[in-house]
Design a protein around this ligand. Sequence first.
Ligand code: CMC
Length: 427
Amino acid sequence: MSRTAHETPGVPEPRTAAGKNVVQAELAVSEPVMGRPAVAAADLAREGYLVYDPGLADTAICRSEITYIDGDAGILLYRGYPAQQVAEKCTFLQTAHLLTTGELPTGAQEERWLARIAASTLPANPVWGPLFDAMPAGTHPMAMLAAATSVMTSLAPDGASAIEQAGFDLLATMPALAAHAFARVEDRPRRPYDPSAGYVENFLHMCFGDSPVATDPAMVHALETLLVLHADHEQNCSTATLRLVSSSNAGFFSSVSAALSALWGPLHGGANQAVIEMLQAIRDDGGDLGKYVAKAKDRNDPFRLMGFGHRVYRTFDARARVIREVAREVCGKAAHDPLLDMALELEEIARNDEFFLERKLYPNVDFYSGLIYRAMGFPVEMFTALFAVGRAPGWIAHWTEAATAPERRIGRPAQLYTGPATRDLQF
Ligand code: CMC
């Protein structure tokens, strides 16, 4: 075993077998059903090494049976089923059953499942009206959802023994919370929660009342498809946050609240809002797309094309293809949206540009989903909250899996210390 890589203090230089130092150690290998095998970091630790992996891009933080992504092929599987097949054939709540229990429900199971969700009293809890009213004007809907889900800790049974009920409560309550946030942001009247209506229909009705958007089957279908395609995405930033928070034995709703905060960021779920704001800014600046593509390519300019690129996908992801078509349909029905033309033109430019091709940067789900939400009449601040409604099944499934994992340990990453070496105060 050569340890020369460790001898120089300070910021470590990455080295490879082709470089100066080769580390030799016997490492246990775990083979997944699909995907890259993993070596045990503990075996490297025994040899005195850490794994240095900023962004955790090459670190498996858990074993998981829920979702699989092949980023090179653009494949996303929910419990083995291609997500686009699920989106075509299943409702959002059937998808939630699949993700959280492992299988799609039979007829009788589905009836019981829907009844459990409809029986939750949390969506109509009287605390929500005063709570949302108390939020200062300008509070972002994601901050509202993070606060409200945290409050759920004191309204419903929580923790590992109550996770089944907590999951039903979350599925039932997320649309109601998002509708409260919408009413607060838009200063609209609140409409009652009606569990006898379909999940998506109920949500749209809580937001828009009897306006055509809430009853148009094309809009209902578009939102259902979006919810299904957002339902889980394995160890993304917010789900990994949920797992990390839950590892300290924090409750389910606190973990969800933390996940919502992680999802809010513009590099993650917040990108759907950022895309529309970017397109509006380009339009307001004269609409010169070439100028903004050049800015995105300039390494000295922090500007990035929002809605492009992904940590895992190195091609068009399957979800983005479906959502692109839904965007075309929905935007075709609504009043003409010049931002859609601009988005399609920008996509065309970027997809033929060497910079984006070399780096395999393709439009992601967030590039198109905002256009759909906009066509439905949601303000941009609501977009990430709609993503969050869709992600609830994934968070329930991952929280449950983490809580029952045989390898469960508190999450506690290591670091490479690069500060001053030990020194004594000189006075
Ligand atoms: N515009 C311009 N350049 C980009 C972009 C972009 N959107 N995304 C990546 N790059 C460049 C990046 O600068 C780097 O270039 P270089 O090799 O010259 O240094 C190269 O591509 C690799 O990018 P990276 O930053 O190492 O990739 P990452 O895996 O760390 O980040 C990302 C992934 C999604 C944060 C990033 O692509 C990004 O910021 N995209 C825009 C925000 C966005 O759309 N986020 C939504 C992601 S999908 C929804 C979700 O599941 O969260």
